[in-house]
Ligand binder design. Structure first.
Ligand code: MLC
Ligand code: AMP
Length: 522
């Protein structure tokens, strides 16, 4: 038994010492051994330091999956910085909020993202460095007190160093901030420590029998804890290989599975429904791999069964969230029970409490799921109030509703907070409503989630137009308005017009009535 590393860097460098020549990362035509990735990450760290990054300062990663993402991620830790994760689809308003709330000092982005970022950089007083990679030519711009550089120039500004002299990171040091929303529209930065990430990774890799022999096909975006906190850190810890893709593509995944080097695949349910559709068009089936995992959204029994029939394997469903990384898992060796999210990972605890009394409930009774353990986050960034309400002593309130069977399997049955999960991305109705209410042609609006065959749930808006302007407001205009102001996955898939919205005697919109009404019409 090895001693537990105290940081993500120590987990990685321990594997570097053990397996220097082993491949840790495959991406398009490139491949990196542990030693090569270490050299690259160390160069990032020394360049960040040379650019003035100090311990505890925040560096945003706003880019698509690439080796640069992973090297910069490690480099920021080696330089003792804090990583801020940003969804690549975010538009100006979302970027402005997160970069200013986190007080981001540097941002590492790519050519495709840079034009969107460019709009707001001058409004971020703390931001003083932007590094753009995968760009051939950086157009000149006027940036007050801001340095914008391409990756090569940034890396060349510092002498080559093979080793940094790091003051070892402690388990209590903050590693990253992931933005997530609760009941309000404004997203909050969840702070995960190095100790949280490593402890959860030890639990996950133990439970799933993950070893240095594994090769993980990773198509999930690296700006969420599913891809990064589970996929990347688990691979560093175990000394295994990541076969990274820019993004998910069902045909490409299927072809890769047919080649036979993959041992694990992690996905959201939408990816599995698309893999089933892909299999239905193919004559050949991939051989069994060691493990298929699904999470981030509910996996339907139908998908579980169709996949088992076509691929001859049961998907292992697990449950997590940004604040706690992974919470519950179906067993690797025992029964994988469809419709459930399994049992707590080793070293972590869960329970169900009554929504009103906050007292633990008996098996079979439905209440809020609470979790406790070394994986539970440090709190919300600069938001003591939100942190205080998120905890009940040392139990974290997940905001998810569920029940436990008498043999310990948890089932998620709903959510205490308003949330739509579309293709594994969370959409908070309130945020979309706030954006739509600013439209001059909209008098009232309600955003609800309805079932969707591919995405699980879809964003649906019910609009009451301003009487004088109702003729100019159409579906296209509502979608265009959202698209300009929000990440594209938050835009409505359906726009429904209504003369009024059902409200209770206090004036609150009764969304359950709207949902029932439109679900019946589907
Ligand atoms: C993309 N689009 C979506 C969408 N993803 N719309 C609604 N919901 C989604 N999830 C839209 C884009 O905005 C775009 O619209 C169009 O679809 C094509 O974009 P794309 O990038 O080509 O989409 P696609 O490849 O089809 O993406 C689907 C997907 C992706 C399922 C591969 O959504 C995905 O990678 N999801 C994983 C999310 C994830 O990692 N979640 C983990 C969160 S952590 P347009 O109109 O602009 O063309 C967490 C904790 C835990 O939840 O337990 O893990
Ligand atoms: P996020 O805030 O983006 O980290 O999303 C976390 C939320 O995703 C959880 O609170 C759950 O509501 C949901 N979630 C994650 N995994 C599952 C799962 N296996 N089944 C149902 N919901 C899930």
């Amino acid at each position: 038994m090895h001693t537990r590393p105290s940081s993500v860097v120590e987990a990685f460098t321990t594997s570097c010492q053990r397996y220097p020549q082993k491949l840790v990362l495959l991406f398009e035509q490139q491949q990196y051994s542990f030693a090569q990735l270490n050299t690259l990450a160390t160069r990032w760290a020394s360049s960040l330091r040379a650019a003035g990054l100090r311990a505890g300062e925040r560096v945003a990663l706003f880019q698509e999956n690439s080796p640069t993402f992973i090297a910069a991620y490690l480099g920021i830790f080696m330089a003792r910085g804090i990583v801020v994760l940003i969804n690549t689809q975010y538009r100006q308003t979302e970027l402005r909020h997160m970069l200013s709330d986190a007080g981001v000092r540097m941002c590492i982005t790519d050519a495709e993202r840079w034009p969107e970022l460019q709009y707001i950089v001058n409004d971020m007083p703390l931001l003083d460095y932007v590094v753009v990679h995968s760009i051939d030519f950086l157009p000149e711009g006027q940036y007050d007190a801001l340095t914008v550089m391409d990756e090569a120039t940034f890396m060349d500004q510092t002498p080559r160093v093979e080793e940094l002299d790091p003051v070892p990171l402690k388990a209590t040091d903050i590693a990253l901030i992931g933005y997530t929303s609760g009941t309000t529209g404004r997203s909050k930065g969840a702070m995960l420590t190095h100790g949280n990430l490593v402890a959860n990774s030890v639990a996950v890799t133990t439970a799933w029998q993950w070893s240095a022999e594994d090769c993980l096909l990773l198509t999930l975006p690296l700006f969420h804890i599913h891809g990064l906190g589970v996929g990347v850190i688990g691979s560093f810890l175990t000394g295994s290989t990541i076969d990274l893709r820019r993004r998910f593509d069902a045909a490409d995944v299927y072809d890769t599975l047919l080649q036979g080097q993959t041992t694990m695949f992690f996905g959201v349910p939408t990816m599995y429904t698309r893999l089933i559709a892909e299999a239905q068009q193919r004559d050949v089936r991939p051989a069994s791999i060691r493990l298929y995992v699904s999470g981030s959204a509910p996996l339907s029994q139908q998908t579980f069964e169709e996949f088992a029939e076509l691929f001859g394997q049961q998907i292992l469903e697990r449950y997590g969230m940004t604040e706690t990384i992974m919470n519950l898992t179906n067993p690797y060796e025992g029964e994988r029970r469809p419709g459930t999210v399994g049992l707590p990972f080793p070293g972590q605890a869960a329970r169900i409490v009554d929504m009103q009394t906050r007292q633990p409930l008996a098996d079979g009774e439905t209440g809020e799921i609470q979790v406790r353990g070394p994986h539970v986050f440090h709190g919300y960034w600069r938001n003591r109030e939100a942190t205080a309400t998120a905890f009940d002593g040392d139990w974290f309130n997940t905001g998810d509703l569920g029940w436990r069977s008498d043999d310990g399997y948890y089932t998620i049955s709903g959510r205490a907070r308003e949330l739509i999960i579309s293709g594994g991305y969370n959409v908070y109705p309130r945020e979309v409503e706030d954006v739509l209410l600013a439209h001059p042609g909209i008098a009232e609006v309600a955003v609800i989630g309805l079932p969707h065959p591919d995405l699980g749930e879809q964003v649906v808006v019910v609009v009451v137009p301003q009487p004088a302007l109702h003729e100019t407001l159409d579906t296209q205009e509502v979608i265009r308005w959202c698209r300009e102001r929000l990440a594209s996955y938050k835009k409505p898939q359906q726009v429904l017009f209504s003369a009024h919205l059902p409200r209770n005697i206090l004036g609150k919109i009764q969304k359950h009535i709207l949902k029932q009404h439109y679900e019946r019409q589907e």
